[in-house]
Design a protein around this ligand. Structure first.
Ligand code: HEC
Length: 107
């Protein structure tokens, strides 16, 4: 392997890690954009085609607004409606981070 290729491989590894583990506080945001946005919308408004197809409720819906943080984490962990469970895909910390980010749309 040439030196330049090694550098590139190392850089790719760092970027991949930053994407999954997250070195910054924006882990929740990164996760949300990668895994949730297509169904819940950029601002949680469920305004994407996938959201409409799956009847995802916007975060502004009274029913969703009434969800506590713990209840949302539970929905993500165990799945809800057509949403798959994330318990085998995300760590408890990641589920919390992503829900905390999701809830910023409530404000
Ligand atoms: C394949 C589409 C899809 C993806 C991807 C998805 N969801 Fe959902 N989500 C749904 C559906 C459908 C429901 C249940 C219907 C509803 O009440 O909105 C739901 C429900 C929820 C709820 C319960 C409150 C609510 O809005 O009804 C939360 C919280 C939630 N999702 C968060 C997430 C998070 C966080 C992610 C990313 C890790 C995610 N979802 C990824 C489709 C999806």
């Amino acid at each position: 392997m040439t030196k330049r290729m090694q550098t590139r491989v190392a850089l790719a590894a760092v970027l991949a890690m930053a994407g999954t583990l997250g070195f910054s506080q924006s882990t929740g945001e990164t996760l949300y954009k990668a895994k949730c946005q297509m169904c819940h919308g950029a601002k949680g408004l469920a305004d994407t085609p996938a959201a409409k197809a799956m009847k995802v409720k916007p975060i502004t819906d009274p029913e969703v607004k009434g969800f506590t943080e713990a209840k949302m984490i539970e929905a993500v962990r165990d799945g809800m409606g057509k949403m798959q469970p994330y318990k085998d895909k995300l760590t408890a910390a990641q589920m919390k981070d992503v829900v905390v980010y999701f809830r910023t749309f409530l404000k």
